[in-house]
Design a protein around this ligand. Structure first.
Ligand code: MG
Length: 174
C-alpha cells in the first residue's frame, strides 16, 4: 500500500550544570540541563530525525549543522516547525508519534503528559496519537549514571487527504 511511511530518530546529550533542561519543548524543573549547540532538546531532535527519515529527507544534522552560528542556542520548537513545513510540503501528515525518553533522573512521570501535549501542539497532531514514555537505564552505563539523557522516537506518516495539510488519515476509500 502506498502512502504509509515510518521513521526512527535517536539523540543523546550530556547532562551538565548551569543549563536549562528542555524536553519536547517543555522546560523541566531540575538542577541540571542538557549540553548542546542549540537548546539540546533531545526529544525534539529525535522526533525531528524520525520525521525527516519517514519523509525521505536529509537528517537534522544536514539541515541544521551545529557549525552554523544561526542555530546556536536555537529553540528546537522553531527547528521542528521548519521540519514540519518540509513534511507538509511533501504532502504528508503525521499518523502517530511514539517516544521513549531514556533518563535516570529526573523522574518524568508527572510531566510525560505535558510533553505529549507539547508535541501534539507543535506538530498539529491529536494528543491521542502521541505517546511519551520514560525509562530509566537501571543504573547501567552513562545513561544509568545520569551523565546524559537520550531519546528514541518513531513516527508514522500518511498522505494528506486531498493534499491538504490539515487533512486526516488517508483511507483506501478516500
Ligand atoms: Mg541533538
Amino acid at each position: 500500500m502506498d502512502g504509509w511511511r515510518v521513521g526512527i530518530g535517536y539523540d543523546i546529550h550530556r547532562l551538565v550544570e548551569h543549563r536549562r533542561l528542555v524536553l519536547g519543548g517543555v522546560e523541566v524543573p531540575f538542577d541540571k540541563g542538557l549540553l548542546g549547540h542549540s537548546d539540546a532538546d533531545v526529544v525534539l531532535h529525535a522526533l525531528g530525525d524520525a520525521l525527516l527519515g519517514a519523509a525521505g529527507l536529509p537528517d537534522i544534522g544536514d539541515i541544521f549543522p551545529d557549525t552554523d552560528p544561526t542555530y546556536k542556542d536555537a529553540d528546537s520548537r522553531r527547528l521542528l516547525g521548519e521540519i514540519m513545513a518540509k513534511v507538509r510540503a511533501k504532502g504528508l501528515v503525521i499518523n502517530n508519534v511514539d517516544v521513549i525518553v531514556h533518563a535516570e533522573t529526573p523522574k518524568l512521570t508527572g510531566i510525560k503528559r505535558t510533553i505529549a501535549e507539547s508535541i501534539a501542539s507543535l506538530t498539529g497532531v491529536a494528543v491521542e496519537r502521541v505517546s511519551v514514555k520514560a525509562k530509566t537505564n537501571e543504573g547501567v552505563g552513562p545513561l544509568g549514571h545520569a551523565q546524559a539523557i537520550a531519546c528514541t522516537a518513531i513516527v508514522s506518516l500518511v498522505a494528506a487527504v486531498g493534499g491538504h495539510p490539515s487533512g486526516g488519515v488517508a483511507s483506501d476509500n478516500a
